[in-house]
Design a protein around this ligand. Structure first.
Ligand code: HMG
Ligand code: MG
Length: 303
């Protein structure tokens, strides 16, 4: 399988990014970020989550964010939903796509969702059923696919079985989460090839955090197997409050710079994305954690 001619970027900055900020970003600023991202040509932007706000206060008021963002035609605005309570709130807020999430490790499942892997599947089953009945699209995440901060190595067979189970529950796409950015290219490729033996290749997305600086290398390795859906976060925001040591997602600017350079179509404008990265980084009081952003900002100064 060769490289794909086009890649769909799933922007997770407003959710995976902002959920990990030490201070909750104001609703108006979350909206401004999403509207800017919508204008870059991205076709999927994760807006937030409907989880317990006492545990993740940064994602409280996702309903207000949904109500006030510009819903551009052709752009999808999914939200993360852990259980029926979250589903009902998402439905009331008018979402048309949700993402459910489980983990490939027992310890992370407990820390993230306060239940075992088996219980999490039981918990999301009615969510998937209700969402499909309501004509929503359902995406599925599996966390810790390449290693867990608490349990260490994860068996590939565990991930393939869960990917098959999420697909059976009706998820149209399974995002494989390297939650703590521990993966390396050969392992990432092996995992994706194994999962592709159980679900269609075009239903697999990859979600790399960049803790060890491996994310771009991992993405290239899996693109070579035919993967064409990549999650990323503008300015390299991100992490998971329940995964010790997890740092930012791979920066969307860096993924896009690589894809542009390889002639792989995304429909996203790098200049607009770089500006958006600068916007949110300034708001958070730091520089964007993206090599492309830093390089282009330096070039602009020199030009
Ligand atoms: P639980 O304690 O088992 O749930 O939490 P519960 O049903 O026993 O309820 C306990 C309390 O939570 C109750 O409130 C509920 O009302 C409330 P109380 O009566 O004590 O005041 N509650 C809710 N409130 C609002 N919305 C809800 C909701 N559900 C319960 N949906 C639960 C289980 C999963 C809800 C909890 O553990 C939780 O919210 N965890 C947060 C998980 C999270 O957001 N993690 C980060 C996102 S996942 C991620 O980042 C990984 C990913 O990026 C991929 C990767 O990188 O690997 C996707
Ligand atoms: Mg993540």
């Amino acid at each position: 399988m060769g490289l794909p001619t086009s890649v769909k970027l799933v922007e997770v900055g407003p959710r995976d990014g902002l959920q990990n900020e030490p201070v909750a970003v104001a609703v108006a600023d979350r909206i401004a970020l999403i509207d800017r991202l919508s204008a870059t040509g991205l076709s999927a932007i994760e807006v937030g989550s409907f989880v317990n706000p006492n545990l993740v206060p940064q994602m409280a008021h996702t309903d207000q964010v949904l109500a006030r963002i510009q819903h551009r035609q052709g752009v999808r605005y999914p939200v993360l939903v852990p259980n029926m309570k979250g589903f009902e709130a998402a439905k009331t807020a008018g979402v048309t796509e949700i993402a459910v999430f489980i983990a490939a490790s027992e310890s992370f499942s407990q820390k993230n969702t306060n239940c075992s892997i088996a219980e999490s599947l039981t918990r999301i089953q009615p969510v998937c059923e209700a969402a499909l009945k309501a004509q929503m699209r359902v995406r599925g995440y599996i966390s810790c696919v390449l290693g867990c901060p608490y349990d260490g190595d994860i068996e590939i067979s565990q991930v393939t079985a869960l990917a098959a189970q999420l697909t059976a529950l009706g998820c149209y796409e399974i995002s494989l989460g390297d939650t703590i950015g521990i993966g390396t290219p050969a392992k990432a490729r092996l995992l994706v090839e194994a999962v592709a033996m159980h679900i269609p290749l075009d239903a697999i997305a990859v979600h790399f955090h960049d803790t060890y600086g491996q994310a771009l290398a991992n993405i290239l390795a899996v693109l070579e197997t035919g993967i064409s859906v990549v999650d990323s976060a503008v300015a390299g925001l991100g992490g998971c409050p329940f995964a010790a040591g997890a740092t930012g997602n791979v920066a969307t600017e860096d993924v896009l710079y690589m894809l542009d350079g390889m002639g792989i179509e995304t429909g996203v404008d790098l200049g607009a994305l770089v500006e958006t990265g600068q916007f949110i980084a300034k708001l958070l009081g730091r520089t964007p954690d993206s090599r492309a952003n830093r390089a282009l900002a330096t070039k602009q100064r020199l030009d």
